[in-house]
Every structure is written in C-alpha cells, then in structure tokens.
Ligand binder design. Structure first.
Ligand code: MN3
Length: 250
C-alpha cells in the first residue's frame, strides 16, 4: 500500500471512519486477490468483498440459496472473526504490521487456530468467488494459451488434469480445499484440510494458488446433499479460466 493511502486509512481509523475510508478508497469488487490483500490494514478492518455476479448467476450448477448463505453467512463470519483475532496480543506480536495475509500465512502454524482458520477462510473464499463465472457456453469451458499449455505439459492433457483434480477433491476426508498450484515452474494438485491454503507455512506443499475448489459441505449440500462428486462435476462448468490464468502472472 502506498504511504499516502495508508495515512489516509489511518486518519480514517482515528476519526472512526475506517469503513467509510475503505469504501471510498477501495474497489467495490475485487478483480484479483492482490486487491484484497491491499486492504490489509494498519488500523483498518477487512471487509466482505461483493460477489462479481448475482447469487443466482451460477444456476443451474450452483444454486442461489447456497451462494447467498455461503457468501453472506459463512464468508462474513470468517471476516468478522479474523478482524477480532487480529486484536489478540498474541497474534499482534507474531505478525507485526501491517497485518497482511502474507504476514499472517508466514506464521500460520504459530498464530491462534482461530486466526489461521478465519484468515484462511477469508482469503480462500475471496479467491474462490473470482474463480467462478456465469457460463452460457458451459461445455466449451477450458483454459487457453499459456495455462492450457502448462496443463498439457504437466498433466498430459486437460482431461487428465480434470480427472486428477476431481479425484483428489472427492477424496478429501471431511472439510477442505483442492488446489492447482504453481510450485517453482511446475503445476501441481494438492489438497488442504479445513481453511488451510498453499501459502501457509504449514501447508503440505507450498506454491502459488492458481485454481481452488471448496469442498466443505456448506458449498454444495443444499443442492447435492451427500453427492460431492456431482457438485465437482458441475463446478467445472462455471470455472473462470481467465482468473486462473491471471494468477499465473500475479
Ligand atoms: Mn466455503
């Protein structure tokens, strides 16, 4: 964050105008996860980013009620609890200032479990919303250009990649996430439990997140009940490959 912007936010906080300051300075929609990271905070608070589409926009693959509850209840709760935990002296000492995601994830194994879970929850969901889009031509939904080439190089073909990703997502025991990550120059598929992610110091393998899938039951249970496999198969129709491609360069 630029100094003048940070000062502005600080002054806003002093005047009790933090949320107004963030609204005026920030974007109403995040185009990239970096925009969200930038909201981190010398006295500011994290806020729930707006969805980049309507709650019913991903129908029939993901239903309106699931999206609305997932965004306004689950994601909002992660944001609120993250903000609360950032005031915990134990966390303040470990993270330093500013309290960016990068700074938090670097010491994820040491901060309070509540901060690790809720900061992960806020980051992962903010990324997840951007990685989906309404798609009238769902059956043509594929990565293009550089990302398509890297997937073909590291997984043989797009179909092989989809198969491996879907199988790993299906096998996660309980709640967690499936990720496509860039590790050095290689694409890999990994999974994490709970709200952990590949940027955390405790991740089974670290790398830059390219694609993410939430397989918590709250992401699909209303429509698909116990059939996680149907949710995963349908989710491919709404993947936003442009966002994923942008993560390669981001
Ligand atoms: Mn979720």
């Amino acid at each position: 964050m630029e100094n003048n912007r940070r000062d502005f936010l600080k002054k806003g906080a002093l005047l009790g105008l933090t949320s107004l300051g963030l609204t005026l300075v920030g974007k109403t929609r995040i185009d990239a996860i970096e925009d969200l990271i930038e909201k981190a905070s010398d006295g500011g608070k994290y806020t729930l980013p707006a969805l980049p589409y309507a709650y019913d926009a991903l129908e029939p693959f993901i239903d309106k009620m699931t999206m609305e509850i997932h965004h306004t209840k689950h994601h909002q709760a992660y944001v609120d609890k993250m903000n609360a935990e950032l005031n915990n002296p134990e966390n303040i000492k470990l993270i330093g200032s500013p309290q960016t995601f990068e700074a938090i994830f670097k010491v994820a194994s040491k901060v309070t479990p509540a901060l690790r879970n809720n900061a992960g929850g806020h980051y992962n969901h903010s990324m997840f919303w951007q990685l989906m889009k309404p798609n009238p031509k769902a059956d043509e939904n594929k990565p293009t250009e550089k990302l398509a080439q890297l997937i073909a190089r590291d997984f043989k073909s797009f179909d092989d990649f989809k198969k491996e990703f879907s199988e790993k997502a299906l096998k996660i025991f309980g709640s967690g996430w499936c990720w496509l990550i860039l590790q050095k120059d290689t694409l890999k598929i990994i999974t994490t439990p709970n709200q952990d992610n590949p940027l955390m110091d405790n991740a089974p393998e670290q790398g830059k997140p390219i694609l993410a899938l939430d397989v918590w039951e709250h992401a699909y249970y209303l429509k698909y009940q116990n059939k996680r496999v149907d949710y995963i198969n349908n989710w491919w129709n709404v993947v936003n490959w442009n966002t994923a491609a942008n993560h390669l360069n981001g």
